[in-house]
Design a protein around this ligand. Structure first.
Ligand code: ACO
Length: 427
């Protein structure tokens, strides 16, 4: 008998089955069940994929028990604290950090590609006033596939990279247009003299003609510290292994659909409150709680099995320890507290929730820790980004992850259409 196998016995018949164990470079080994049905005539059942690896990947590694996250082998803390978002994008796409010249070229190319076709701009007029920016963003991203239809046929590295740079560069513009349409404000085109993260703030804030308004302190443009904070938030969101939206992107990729349509599907998957939509819900929840005195009441509701109320920004399928991205953001919050006038009431409520939950048996036994969304909202609020744009900010950061995963999928010669089976319980 081979040693690197798992043997299973069907206790009804005594039949034994041997399945190969595959070892990765890090993380748990995996039992190869691809021949399970042929061998046994049975399917496996794994509601929510809690024990299922969906693919082999070299991009991102998470150890949820340790609270560890790495892109291409590099720890998230190192990237968030010592590198820019564009360096992180380059790393994900090229498997190495850029040198100075490579970074400059990458940056310049993204600046040049940030404009969108005028016809796409007209598309926004079709959406009702007040449309949620996530709905508009998902639709407009799908619409981008009509402008770059030839991307469907790409099968070489240079083409993949160009297609990736194009969508990464345009996403902030499309997101900003979605927002400005939602409030009935005229669109601001990207400014080629501004960096990736600064440009996004500029497109949200500027007046027609590109004028920036003056704040209470008399000098209001875009502060370096704001750009740095947003850049860090983008880096922390850049990729996260096979989460719900990325699995969606890969699932759509498996049918041979256009990459930008796959990303549009990823955006839709991200929107839900159990996933990226949680960042918007966290602030809405903190505002609803209203004051520190009410925290106990809401913690009790979160623990009540008969109440659907959940503490937004708490819990994670993979992290059973502190989310390392949340740790970085908690540090950033502290750092920005004074300089960016973070909302002290919201912070007090958030701190109180964290303090109680981390000592409470309900949360301890279920290993429920604050996740990235618990902290991002307070910072985004201080950056003047409205709640409806929190999840679009996540989208902008995650676009590089989705497209990198899409490329990895396309280059894998062993892939099959994603087509799960079911346990039929009907008539
Ligand atoms: N508040 C209260 N109880 C919770 C919470 C929460 N936020 N999260 C999980 N639980 C409880 C569940 O009720 C369940 O309790 P039980 O065992 O008594 O039935 C137990 O913890 C396990 O929860 P599951 O839903 O089975 O865990 P799962 O891994 O499927 O879900 C999820 C993870 C979706 C993130 C969940 O924790 C949640 O809904 N959190 C709030 C939303 C949120 O913050 N989402 C953002 C995640 S990070 C991201 O996507 C970027």
């Amino acid at each position: 008998m081979k040693t690197n196998t798992v043997t299973m016995t069907d206790n009804r018949t005594g039949a034994m089955y041997e399945l190969d164990i595959l070892d990765g470079t890090r993380g748990p080994s995996v039992v190869d069940i691809s021949s399970f049905y042929t061998q046994t005539g049975m399917f496996t059942y794994d509601n929510g994929f809690t024990s299922t690896a969906n693919c082999k990947s070299e991009i991102t590694f998470i150890d949820g028990d340790k609270g560890e996250l790495r892109y291409r082998g590099i720890e998230i803390e190192e990237l968030a604290l010592n590198h820019s978002y564009l360096e992180t994008c380059y790393l994900l796409l090229n498997e190495k950090l850029p040198n100075k010249k490579e970074l400059l070229e990458f940056d310049l190319e993204l600046r040049h590609r940030s404009l969108v076709h005028e016809s796409l701009r007209h598309l926004f007029q079709a959406f009702p006033a007040g449309a949620h920016p996530m709905a508009t963003l998902s639709s407009a991203t799908a619409a981008l596939s009509t402008f770059y239809y030839d991307h469907l046929e790409i099968s070489h590295e240079a083409g993949y990279q160009e297609m990736a740079r194009r969508i990464i560069a345009k996403m902030p513009t499309v997101a900003a247009f979605a927002y400005r349409h939602s409030i009935g404000a005229p669109f601001i085109h990207p400014d080629i003299d501004r960096s990736f993260s600064e440009n996004f703030l500029y497109m949200l804030r500027a007046y027609p003609g590109g004028k920036m308004h003056v704040g209470p302190d008399g000098e209001y443009s875009i502060k370096d510290i704001e750009v740095k904070a947003l850049d860090t938030i983008f880096t922390l969101h850049a990729d996260h292994e096979q989460n719900a939206s990325t699995a969606t992107v890969r699932g759509v990729a498996s049918t041979g659909a256009h990459p930008y349509v796959a990303i549009s599907a990823g955006i839709s998957a991200l929107w839900g409150r159990a996933h990226g939509g949680a960042n918007e819900s966290v602030i809405a929840q903190l505002e609803m709680i209203g004051s520190v005195e009410n925290v106990d009441k809401f913690i009790a509701r979160a623990k009540d099995p008969d109440d659907e109320f959940r503490l937004m920004g708490f819990g994670h399928r993979v992290y059973k320890n502190f989310d390392p991205r949340a740790k970085v953001l908690k540090g950033l919050q502290e750092q920005l507290k004074d300089e960016l006038h973070l909302d002290s009431n919201l912070m007090r409520i958030a701190n109180k929730i964290e303090e109680i939950a981390l000592c409470d048996e309900y949360f301890i036994s279920r290993k429920l820790y604050p996740n990235i969304d618990f902290y991002s909202g307070v910072i985004l609020t201080a950056l003047g980004i409205p709640k409806s744009m929190f999840t679009p900010v996540f989208v902008i950061g995650r676009t590089v992850g989705w497209i990198t995963q899409w490329i990895e999928y396309k280059k894998d010669t062993q892939t099959k259409i994603a087509r799960p089976r079911q346990l039929y319980m009907g008539e």
